[in-house]
Design a binder for this molecule. Structure first.
Ligand code: UT7
Length: 342
């Protein structure tokens, strides 16, 4: 039954009789650990700088022959196993990533094959670090519109393949991994109550991978100009991230007519512990409301909140019926806030 203590905005939009539940989540991170001490040997940095400026102690790096599709399939399989759903029953796979196995076909198609989900339609979406919340909302819309009953939503990244390992400003921040959620049309349960998303394309250049598209196709020039690596103006991104995630969170809370103290667990995009703290403080949240695994994985872009959600559930930080606030921010610029009744 719908919880009477908060408003479910979906109920007012003609979705009566249709409910999208997050049946299960799953995640996967590669085995290889890259600790700050090892980065000291690659670039001019220190464990002390990385820890105090970001909160990151180590990150996971995929094996040379391990790709975004492999990590995505492993995370998705865990979610399917937990929900006891056979891959053949999946109707749709939506994969959010900025590190597809190749420009086309969509990595979701490769995941479909690896899972044996042969009855599923599959496509990728790209909203950078905000991708998982965007994909959740899209998946929910397919269920609410009666198009599909079972949708896999995945965020997966092999960021180690686009990080410039000679640039200390960025290479210390990122890691690899994947997280997944299984959405199903099931009665008397809730998933996403609301999702607020935003974009500011005027600031696209502050965080991007300039090469590899039609603007700068691969050439010996684009390679020598290092255009195929991720570039970021860290301070600009920092400021925009704090403002956008705080604003989106307030909008999502207002839509559900609840205060921040009703949220059991806030799961922000794991970019920088100073960003997490600034957003938590501005929202008036207590420290133990805010979930972080940043010190172990760094920033895994579209996989970030998906992995954290899986861990929060596994660790018993949330139980069925609790409210969760996901907050995301990334290149685009893109951002979003989603409230989930778990
Ligand atoms: O997922 C998308 C979202 N991404 C983010 O949210 C990232 C947001 N930005 C950040 O997290 C922070 O801006 C950074 C962690 C990237 C940088 O922290 P900062 O406090 O903004 O440092 P800064 O860029 O102002 O750099 C301060 C100093 C500079 O030296 P000078 O110019 O003052 O001499 C940098 O060159 O720190 C230097 N620096 C480093 N020193 C040691 C930058 N990176 C490193 C490093 N090791 N790895």
């Amino acid at each position: 039954m719908s919880n009477p203590n908060f408003k479910n905005p979906r109920a007012e939009h003609g979705f009566v009789g249709r409910t999208c539940s997050i049946s299960a989540v799953g995640s996967y991170v590669p085995e290889k650990v890259l600790a700050n001490a090892e980065l000291e040997k690659l670039v001019d940095t220190t464990d002390e700088w990385i820890t105090t400026r970001t909160g990151i102690k180590e990150r996971r790096i995929a094996a040379d022959d391990e790709y975004t599709s492999d990590m995505a399939a492993r995370a998705a399989k865990r979610a399917l196993d937990r929900a006891e759903v056979d891959p053949s029953h999946v109707d749709l796979i939506i994969l959010a990533t900025i590190t597809p196995d190749m420009p086309f076909p969509a990595t979701a198609c490769l995941v479909q094959k690896k899972l044996g989900a042969h009855n599923a339609a599959a496509f990728d979406i790209q909203a950078a670090c905000s991708g998982f919340v965007y994909a959740l909302e899209i998946g929910q819309q397919f269920i609410m519109s009666r198009t599909y009953d079972t949708v896999l939503v995945i965020g997966a990244e092999k960021l180690s393949s686009i990080v410039d390992w000679e640039d200390r400003n960025t290479c210390v921040l990122f890691g690899d991994g994947a997280g997944a959620a299984l959405l199903q049309n099931r009665e008397n349960t809730h998933g996403l109550l609301t999702a607020c998303m935003g974009t500011d394309g005027r600031k696209a250049s502050i965080l991007c991978q300039p090469g590899g598209g039609c603007l700068h196709p691969a050439s010996s020039q684009s390679i020598s100009d290092r255009l195929h690596y991720l570039r970021m103006d860290g301070q600009e991104v920092f400021k925009n991230a704090v403002t956008a995630m705080t604003t989106a969170a307030r909008e999502a809370l207002a839509r559900c007519e609840i205060e921040i103290d009703r949220i059991k667990c806030i799961i922000p995009h794991q970019a920088n512990m100073r960003i997490l703290k600034a957003v938590g403080d501005r929202l008036g949240a207590s420290e133990n409301q805010v979930y972080s695994n940043l010190e172990r994985y760094g920033n895994t872009s579209a996989a970030s909140v998906a992995i954290a959600l899986d861990e929060a559930v596994e660790q018993g930080k949330v139980e069925r019926g609790d409210l969760i606030l996901l907050l995301v921010f990334g290149a685009g610029l893109t951002w979003g806030a989603a409230i989930i009744e778990w």
